[in-house]
Design a protein around this ligand. Structure first.
Ligand code: SAM
Length: 231
């Protein structure tokens, strides 16, 4: 009988943010496939988990997907984890899950943290409808076109961003969307967690006056006109 692929969410910073079920599944699996084995080892050590680890990241995804699916078909249970958060959300995972689904392998999700949802609910911006876009394209033209597309969404938008590009991205958003409210959600669940909330112009000024570090999720409200038409 084929094994099960367990898609296991892990902490996005604070190691206490893991479920009892996730710890048990990681302990009981035959193998853990991890985006960053060094990072995952810290978590495994904390919870005294001795399951063998193998790497599964964007550079070996093609070769490794087939190999892991082969092991699942041979009856092994594999736990898939990413660097942090929920595997498949802007990190390797989708391909493994898709391939398993296509081959009739059982996929179970062990839900838990994801930076996108933590940022959305902490942003103070409307949560009733939202769009997650992951990382915006790097190339200026493509980035601008993507923002133009998003402009009429009428929903709160969640963007993953690097600390080095966040000010530029806020300026681009300001140019395309005009006056909107934003929240820059930094280092969530970690010691220096911070939410910088407010009008986009104010937030840009605040960020320009400091060195931005750490991991960031940018949450952008729908345009004012769109918001009014919703309420
Ligand atoms: N799969 C992950 C999840 O479910 O959140 C996301 C992986 S994606 C490769 C990494 C990005 O998520 C970072 O660049 C950052 O934008 C965001 N992120 C991850 N951890 C974060 C944290 N603790 N605080 C703020 N943003 C975070």
């Amino acid at each position: 009988m084929a094994g099960t692929l367990y898609v296991v969410a892990t902490p996005i910073g604070n190691l206490e943010d893991i479920t009892f079920r996730a710890v048990r599944v990681l302990q009981e699996a035959d193998l853990i496939a991890s985006e960053d084995t060094r990072h995952t080892r810290i978590l495994l050590t904390r919870y005294e988990i001795n399951t063998p680890l193998t790497s599964y990241h964007k550079f070996n995804i093609r070769a490794k997907t087939g190999e892991l699916v082969g092991q699942l078909q041979a009856g092994k249970n594999i736990a898939l984890v990413s660097d942090a958060g929920t595997p498949g959300v802007s990190d390797p995972g989708y391909q493994m899950i898709r391939e398993s689904v296509d081959r009739g392998i059982k996929v179970e999700v062990i839900p838990g943290p994801s930076a996108a949802i933590a940022a959305l609910v902490g942003s103070g911006l409307p949560t009733d409808e939202f769009t997650f876009v992951g990382f915006l394209p790097r190339k200026p033209g493509r980035k601008r076109r993507k923002l133009e597309q998003l402009k009429n969404e009428g929903r709160t938008i969640i963007i993953y961003e690097s600390p080095f590009r966040v000010v530029k991205t806020l300026e681009d958003v300001h140019l395309v969307f005009g006056e909107v409210e934003v929240a820059v959600c930094r280092e969530l669940t970690k010691k220096f967690e911070e939410f910088i909330r407010g009008n986009i112009e104010e937030v840009i000024v605040k960020l320009k006056n400091k060195k931005v570090r750490g991991e960031i999720v940018l949450v952008v409200s729908a345009q004012a006109a769109q918001r009014e038409s919703i309420s």
